[in-house]
Design a protein around this ligand. Structure first.
Ligand code: HEM
Length: 464
C-alpha cells in the first residue's frame, strides 16, 4: 500500500515530458500541470475514462512527469514480471522507512531477493494451515461480543478482528496480553504514516522533524521496545527447547544459504512489515464483503446453504477452506469490485519494452486494478456483484491475468494465501451466527492508501 501512495506523491512532483511516438496521443492536458488536476480529483474515474476514450496504451502526464496507462491483462502481466529487471519499484520516503526499516517491502535488488526468500518460509501453505485455528478463534471471539439488534461500525469491527489475528499469528498467543499495546502503537504509527504520505510534509527532508514525524518516532520507540522484548522471550523459549508455531519463530529460525540467521533488527523490520501489510487490506476487504452481502439476498441465501451443509453448525477448520467454494467466490468478487490496491506502477529502465513496444526510460507505467476489474470486455456486467461468475463451469470464465488484487510477478503479495484463507474462514465463522444489515444508501469507494468506503458503514447485527 505504501509503494503506491509514495509513487503517486513522487509522480506529482516528477519531471519530463509525455511518452512520445505511440498511436494514441492520449488526453490533452494543461501546460505544466498536464493531467494532474483530473487525476488528483478522482483517479478511479480518470483511469476508467483514459481506457474508454483512448484505449489500452495511453500516454499521459502528471505535472511534467511522463506516464503510461496500460489496460491489456497480458501487458500488465509483462510489466509485473519485469519489476526488478526492466522496471524499478518507486523509491520510498522517510516515514515508510522509519516504520518498516529495511524489510522486504522497502528493499530492492539482491537485498530484497534474500529477504523475500527468508520471509516466504513463514507464509508457505503449510504454515498458513497452522494459523487457521487462530484466525477462526479470533473471529469466534468477535462473534461472541455481538448482540441481536446491536448497531456496529463495520470497518472498526473488522479492524479489531484482523489486528488481533495479525498480532497472534505473528507473535504467538503467549503475548495476547500485549495485543492492545502493540495495536495501539501501530495504529498511531500508521495514522502518522498516512498523514505524511498524503500531505506536504512528505516533501520535507528527513532532518525536519514535524509534529507528525515526532509522534511517529515516539510510537516506533514504544513499538520497538515491545517487539524486542518479545524477540528476546522467543529466543529464550526456543533455547529451552520449546516449539512455537507463530511467524516470529519462523523468522528467527530462517537461515541464509550460508547458514546466517536474521539479526534482531532484521526480524523486527519483517515483523512490522507483515503486520502493517496484512491487517488493513483484510479489514477493508471484509468490510466491503459485508456491504455487498447485505445488498444481495440471493448471495446470502447461497452462503447460508453452503455453511449449513459443510459446517453443520461447527466452527470451520483449515480443511474446510477447499470445501467452501462459494465463500471463496464472495471474497474474489469483493476483491474484484473493491481491490484494496487500486493501481500499481513501476518506472521503466533503459531499454524497457512491453509487448515489443518501446517504453522510454523514466516513464511511470501504471496498471489499475480498479479499471481493469471493471472492464466490460473482461467481465460481463462489470459493476454488478455476481459471485457466480467464479463458479467452475460458469459461462465467460475470468480471463487470465484480468484479476490481480495481489499484484503479480516477482514482487507479488507474499501474503496471498494467508489473506485468502483468513478472509474465507473469518467470514464463514461470523456469517454462521450473524448477518449484518448495512441498510440503503450509497457507499462510494474512495482512492486513499487503500480503496476505502466514502463514509463509515454502520450495520444492524441480526441473528443468522
Ligand atoms: C486482501 C489482502 C491483501 C491484498 C489485496 C494485498 C495486496 C498486495 C499487493 C498488490 C502487493 C504488491 C504491492 C506493490 O507492488 O506495490 C503486496 C505486497 C506484499 N504483501 Fe500483500 N496484500 C494483502 C494481504 C497481505 C497479507 C495478509 C500479508 C502478510 C501476511 C501481506 C504481505 C505482503 C508483503 C510482505 C508484500 C511485499 C512483497 C515484496 O515486495 O516482495 N499482504 N500485497
Amino acid at each position: 500500500m505504501f509503494k503506491r501512495a509514495v509513487l503517486i506523491r513522487k509522480a506529482l512532483r516528477g519531471g519530463g515530458s509525455p511518452v512520445a511516438g505511440q498511436s494514441d496521443p492520449g488526453p490533452s492536458g494543461l501546460p505544466l500541470l498536464g493531467n494532474l488536476p483530473e487525476f488528483a480529483r478522482d483517479p478511479l474515474a480518470f483511469f476508467s475514462r483514459l481506457r474508454d476514450e483512448h484505449g489500452d496504451w495511453v500516454p499521459w502526464s502528471l505535472g511534467p512527469k511522463p506516464c503510461l496507462l496500460i489496460s491489456r491483462p497480458a501487458d500488465v502481466n509483462e510489466l509485473l514480471a519485469g519489476i526488478e529487471t526492466s522496471f524499478s519499484q518507486a523509491e520510498l520516503g522517510w516515514a515508510v522507512h522509519h516504520l518498516l526499516g529495511d524489510g522486504v517491502v522497502t528493499s530492492t535488488g539482491e537485498d530484497w531477493r534474500r529477504k523475500r526468500s527468508l520471509v516466504q518460509a513463514g507464509v508457505r501453505p503449510r504454515q498458513v494451515r497452522s494459523y487457521a485455528k487462530t484466525m477462526v478463534d479470533c473471529a469466534d471471539d468477535v462473534a461472541a461480543t455481538w448482540r441481536d439488534g446491536q448497531c456496529v461500525e463495520v470497518h472498526r469491527e473488522m479492524t479489531r478482528l484482523t489486528q488481533r489475528i495479525a498480532v497472534r499469528t505473528l507473535f504467538g498467543v503467549e503475548t495476547a496480553g500485549r495485543e492492545e499495546a502493540i495495536a495501539r502503537a501501530m495504529a498511531v504509527a500508521q495514522q502518522e504514516l498516512g498523514a505524511e504520505l498524503r500531505g506536504v510534509t512528505a516533501f520535507f527532508p528527513p532532518w525536519i522533524l514535524t509534529p507528525g514525524r515526532r509522534r511517529l518516532r515516539t510510537a516506533v520507540v514504544g513499538l520497538d521496545a515491545e517487539i524486542h522484548r518479545i524477540i528476546a522471550e522467543h529466543r529464550a523459549a526456543t533455547a529451552a527447547g520449546e516449539e512455537r508455531e507463530d511467524l516470529l519463530s519462523r523468522l528467527l529460525d530462517a537461515r541464509d544459504v550460508d547458514g546466517t540467521p536474521l539479526s534482531d533488527r532484521e526480524v523486527r523490520d519483517e515483523a512490522v512489515t507483515l503486520y502493517v501489510g496484512s491487517h488493513e487490506t483484510s479489514a477493508t476487504t471484509l468490510t466491503w464483503t459485508w456491504h455487498l452481502l447485505s445488498g444481495s439476498p440471493q448471495a446470502r441465501t447461497r452462503l447460508d446453504a453452503e455453511l449449513a451443509e459443510v459446517l453443520e453448525g461447527r466452527l470451520p477448520t483449515f480443511d474446510d477452506y477447499a470445501r467452501l467454494p462459494f465463500t471463496q467466490a464472495l471474497i474474489k468478487e469483493s476483491l474484484r469490485l473493491y481491490p484494496p490496491f487500486w493501481a500499481l506502477g513501476a518506472v521503466a529502465r533503459e531499454g524497457a519494452t512491453i509487448s515489443g513496444r518501446h517504453v522510454p526510460a523514466s516513464t511511470t507505467v501504471w496498471a489499475s486494478q480498479w479499471s481493469i476489474h471493471r472492464d466490460s470486455r473482461l467481465f460481463p456486467e462489470p459493476d454488478a456483484f455476481r459471485p457466480q461468475r467464479w463458479d467452475s463451469g460458469a459461462p465467460n470464465p475470468v480471463p487470465e491475468h484480468a484479476w490481480f488484487p495481489f499484484g503479480g510477478g516477482p514482487r507479488t503479495c507474499l501474503g496471498t494465501r494467508f489473506a485468502l484463507v483468513e478472509l474465507a474462514l473469518t467470514l464463514a465463522t461470523l456469517a454462521q451466527r450473524w448477518r449484518l444489515d448495512t441498510g440503503p444508501g450509497e457507499v462510494r469507494p474512495v482512492a486513499g492508501l487503500n480503496l476505502q468506503p466514502s463514509r463509515p458503514i454502520s450495520a444492524t447485527v441480526r441473528s443468522a
